[in-house]
Design a protein around this ligand. Structure first.
Ligand code: SF4
Length: 330
């Protein structure tokens, strides 16, 4: 192991405080998120995060604060890698169920499990094996090699933005039509209307045309945990809305917009402890909006109790002052 002496620390301090330009061509020559042609560099997740909360976007992609690894993310990465290996082959011979399940060992991403007990990682791993087993049974009869797996794209949107990303799988049918597939590894299955409204799939459809010269005939989300693929036709997508969402995000980013927008996802935000909109540290307190909601509920409960007490008191006194007529009286 290399020795460590006081000079190492001195060099480190010199690097940290060095004037701009000291490191020549290693120095970034454009501001964060702007590429060498002056376009805002986006991805679906960047657009999605900015539209949900510009402050979270800033902390993540401009301030580049670290984000916490999570078991769910690592699980998703591992399943994606195993499925990529399942399709990324030279010959159209489908790997057996056991080969697919065994491939999870090499595909496994352990980075999100550092903070959880080993038994939990094991449970995730076994769950991953079951998911792949079920996947194999579902697709075995229709298996064919795709046109591409993890198809990397850089999609220019006017001269304002470039959207980068990779499409999990692009299939091509006997008529030469493309079909775009994106894997989802969370449990929640979205319905057809939600799939048709997916900004991500609309961007992928545009990327497919950019890469291969033709829009796909269909796009789908494959919910591999539930074992369901929800597919919609190209005509159901709103490609123009997707372009506008990208351009709108790029324009707002250029203005420096970075206001916090508290919402239900604050509880999962890695940066909540430094966010001015975050009002607590319990998972049930999700930013200012939820704090205000809880306060309104408490005050409403107090008012309702007071209303009932007063109603009962007034009714009692009215009964005493004006007793009902005695039925046996004259
Ligand atoms: S805590 Fe909520 S409001 Fe603050 S940055 Fe995160 S998501 Fe945005």
């Amino acid at each position: 192991m290399a020795g460590h002496d006081a000079h190492d620390d001195e060099r480190l301090f010199a690097v940290v405080g060095a004037a701009e330009g000291t490191f020549g061509h290693f120095e970034p020559d454009t501001p964060p998120l702007i590429d060498s042609r002056g376009r805002v560099r986006l991805s679906f997740s960047r657009v999605d995060m900015f539209r949900t909360c510009p402050r979270r976007f800033r902390y993540t992609y401009i301030d580049r604060l670290p984000t916490l690894p999570s078991p769910a993310l690592s699980f998703g990465t591992s399943i994606h890698a195993a499925l990529e290996g399942f399709y990324d082959r030279k010959l159209p011979t489908m790997p057996s169920e056991e080969e697919l399940v065994a491939s999870l060992y090499d595909a496994w991403d352990p980075t999100g499990f550092g903070q959880v007990p080993r038994t939990e990682q094991l449970e995730y791993y076994r769950h991953g094996q079951q998911v792949l087993r079920r996947y194999h049974r579902r697709v075995a009869s229709s298996y064919r090699l795709p046109a591409a797996t993890e198809a990397w794209f850089e999609l220019p949107v006017e001269h304002e933005a470039v959207v980068v990303g990779s499409i999990d799988r692009v299939d091509v049918d006997d008529e030469g039509r493309f079909h775009v597939v994106d894997y989802k590894t969370n449990r929640r299955v979205r319905d057809r209307a939600q799939v048709a409204g997916s900004l991500q799939l609309a961007i992928y459809a545009l990327a497919c045309r950019h890469l291969y010269g033709a829009l796909p005939a269909t796009v789908s989300l494959d919910f591999v945990v539930a074992g369901i693929e929800v597919r919609v036709a190209l005509e159901e997508l709103d490609l123009e809305a997707a372009r506008e969402a990208v351009l709108d995000t790029a324009a707002r980013l250029r203005t420096g917009e970075d206001g916090p927008v508290p919402g239900p996802l604050c509880g999962w935000c890695d940066h909540r402890t430094i966010c001015p909109a975050w009002q607590g540290d319990g998972p049930e307190v999700l930013g200012r909006a939820h704090t205000e909601l809880a306060a309104l509920r408490r005050s409403l409960a107090r008012d309702v109790r007071r209303l009932r007490e007063l109603e009962a008191g007034v009714a009692r006194i009215e009964a005493e002052l004006d007793p009902p007529p005695d039925p046996g009286g004259a």
